[in-house]
Design a protein around this ligand. Structure first.
Ligand SMILES: C=C(O[C@H]1C=CC=C(C(=O)O)[C@@H]1O)C(=O)O
Ligand SMILES: [Mg+2]
Length: 462
């Protein structure tokens, strides 16, 4: 990796340009500047009328945001997708010049996701790839009280730097011009889902399979099709999610004129240097209307054998998956409650010190799908889902996230998610089926899990 001295972006770019010559007529450069505080949702919204790729990431602490605009380079893969993208990214980083004051989580940072299965079937997901990550042209980083803009550009000897810099900094005016969020936005017209009879059959068959001993656990989901009176305004949906889902990640990824969106509480893995944090999140109940009811529900969840069983599968599997890649692993003995707006989950954090050679992509490959999304044994559960679930998962329940140029990164799993196609939204919600699962309780659980995204879309569910 080449390095330049930190200066204003014009100077950073002109230094890079001066190094061009006949042997090296072009150079990719990543430059960064600190900026005044700006609302990340406003920045995202400022580009709503442009035919440009938008990406959004917020973590569960509400202190880290990345907003990517435009595409500098796409990394995609079908077979062996995690290792392929890992290698593509490594090779790319050898070629890009990175300014030396690139702070943590600025500079070249790759956003994107993967599908649940290695193959994606069907028309609905035609635009989405099994693995697709994008290095944006511009990226806003919000890290607590620090704000930065990263620009990834390709320079040649012909590049007009005055023009380039004025284009790059054009976002200032756009954000100024952004109007209030449109109150007359899309409204819900109809909702369509698997009818209860079919769900009952699906769950009863899974329970029988489990009782026969063919499977320990399997996560089954249903699709909800929501139709609106006009094209869905993603900025409005994002604004609502940002207000309502403070303990969840928010992820948005455009693909052509379609968008995948998720407000998930479930971390797959975070890597900072050699520190790993993973999360077991499985086992669910609702929220009470008043505190005493809420506390009772939480207490019941913490003591409910069926939910503890669902949760334990995840803890055991994550432990086994990360141990070979780690020097130490630390897992508390019992789960605690992770409360969200509409539901609460059983939660066990997993921390580890990684072996120095471990990449986040190696971890994803071993972890995905955990039994919170797939089941146990993993391969049998995946096959069962593929054969029995009456829809294509696409990117639902799969890894979504980012990695920076130093290998730090974070991936969540895309639950509480939906595919937005013009005036249609396809939402997904699933639940862990174990031996004592009951179809109507699991149906109610998926109903609760639809609420975050459906509320944000403007469809009232409760
Ligand atoms: C598969 C989903 O949730 C998983 C995550 C948390 C709790 C779960 C549960 O209790 O069943 C699921 O394993 C989903 O929301 O679509
Ligand atoms: Mg459950």
């Amino acid at each position: 990796m080449l390095q330049t001295k930190q200066l204003q972006i014009y100077e950073q770019l002109s230094m890079a340009k001066e190094q061009l010559n006949e042997q090296q007529p072009t150079q990719q450069v990543s430059v960064v500047e600190p900026i005044d505080p700006i609302n990340p949702v406003d920045y995202f919204t400022a580009f709503e009328h442009e035919q440009t790729h938008r990406m959004f990431w917020k973590d569960t602490t509400d202190t880290t945001y990345y907003v990517g605009i435009g595409v500098h380079k796409v990394f995609q893969a079908n077979q062996d997708r995690f290792a392929t993208i890992k290698n593509q990214w490594k090779r790319f980083l050898n070629d890009i010049m990175i300014s030396d004051d690139v702070k943590k989580e600025t500079g070249p940072l790759l956003f994107g996701g993967f599908s649940f299965n290695e193959n994606i079937k069907g028309e609905k997901w035609a635009n989405f790839k099994p693995g697709q990550m994008v290095l944006p042209k511009m990226m806003l980083t919000v890290n607590h009280d620090s704000y930065y803009m990263t620009y990834n550009v390709q320079l040649s000897q012909e590049t007009d730097l005055d023009l380039l810099v004025s284009e790059l900094e054009g976002w200032h005016d756009k954000v100024q011009e952004t109007k209030e969020y449109d109150a007359n936005t899309h409204s819900l017209q109809s909702l369509n889902s698997l009818d209860y009879g079919e769900w009952e059959k699906l769950i009863n068959e899974a329970v029988e399979t489990i009782k026969r001993g063919d499977l320990g656990k399997v996560v089954l989901a249903r699709e909800l099709n929501a139709k609106f009176n006009q094209d869905i305004n993603i900025s409005v949906v994002l604004k609502r999610l940002e207000l309502q889902q403070s303990d969840s990640y928010i992820f948005i990824f455009d693909q052509g004129d379609e968008t995948f969106i998720s407000a998930t509480p479930e971390r797959l893995v975070r890597v900072q240097g050699r520190d790993l944090l993973s999360t077991c999140l499985a086992g669910t109940t609702g929220r009470g209307q008043i505190e005493s009811e809420d506390d009772l529900l939480a207490w019941q969840l913490l003591n409910d054998e069926k939910n503890l069983n669902e949760h334990d599968y995840v803890v055991r599997m994550i432990k086994d998956a990360i141990e070979p890649l780690s020097e130490t692993v630390d897992i508390p003995e019992k789960p605690v409650i992770y409360p969200l707006r509409a539901l609460q989950h059983l939660y066990t954090p997993v921390t580890a010190t990684l072996k120095s050679t471990t990449s986040i992509f190696d971890l994803i490959e071993r972890l995905h799908p955990t039994p919170a999304l797939g089941g146990e044994p993993r391969d049998k559960a995946i096959k069962y889902i593929e054969e029995e679930e009456p829809f294509e998962r696409g990117w639902y329940a799969a890894p979504i996230g980012w990695i920076d140029h130093e290998g730090n990164g974070e991936f969540a799993v895309a639950i509480r998610s939906g595919l937005i196609q013009h005036d249609q939204a396809t939402l997904f919600a699933g639940c862990g089926i174990v031996a004592d699962s009951v179809p109507d309780a699991e149906f109610e659980e998926t109903k609760l899990k639809f609420t975050p995204m459906l509320d944000a879309l403007g469809g009232v569910t409760r």
